[in-house]
Design a protein around this ligand. Structure first.
Ligand code: 4NP
Length: 163
């Protein structure tokens, strides 16, 4: 099984959207996710501001426009155990990547990547900008970036794991 964790700051905007969008594409490609499946998908925040909270309404509405329902997800903070449990730990931006690099044991550092590094045809775009203090256009932009990276990530995982 390959285990993928998406990480942002609050786990209520970008990373739950990435979790939902990636699950949507994986499931559409016939790759179901879950504890007993070939792939396991989750998300977390580096901060614990929104523990057990549903995703931000604006993130939920943006995802729903594309048929992706993230309403059931709940915020959680990344834990030390996640660094050993997951195979790919994908940060939405450099700040959150650096926070994880400081906390991740050396033997798991290779699992940490910027999520946007999986996007194809997005030269120069390295981060999903934080939409939390922005307006609905910022959520649309974040969604577009997440969508591109999720599609690239799925192609990469399919190739790498013959799925
Ligand atoms: P996220 O956005 O990291 O994409 O979930 C944020 C959510 C909450 C806060 C900041 C960013 N906050 O400061 O509460």
């Amino acid at each position: 099984m390959v285990k993928i964790l998406f990480v942002c700051l609050g786990n209520i905007c970008r990373s739950p959207t990435a979790e939902g969008v990636f699950r949507h594409y994986a499931n559409n490609a016939g790759i179901e996710d879950g504890f007993t499946k070939k792939i396991y998908i989750d998300s977390a925040g580096t901060a614990g501001y929104h523990l057990a909270a549903p995703p931000d309404k604006r993130a939920q509405l943006t995802a729903l426009k594309f048929g992706v329902d993230i309403g059931e997800l709940q915020g959680r903070k990344i834990a030390l155990q996640d660094f050993s449990d997951f195979d790919y730990i994908l940060a939405m931006d450099t700040d959150n990547l650096m926070i994880m690099q400081r906390n991740c044991p050396p033997e798991h550092q290779h699992k940490l990547h910027l999520f946007m590094s999986f996007a194809e045809n997005c030269p120069g775009i390295t981060e999903v900008p934080d939409p939390y203090y922005g307006d609905i256009d910022d959520f649309d932009k974040a969604y577009d970036f997440i969508d591109r990276a999720a599609r690239g990530l799925l192609r990469y995982i399919q190739r790498e794991y013959n799925l």
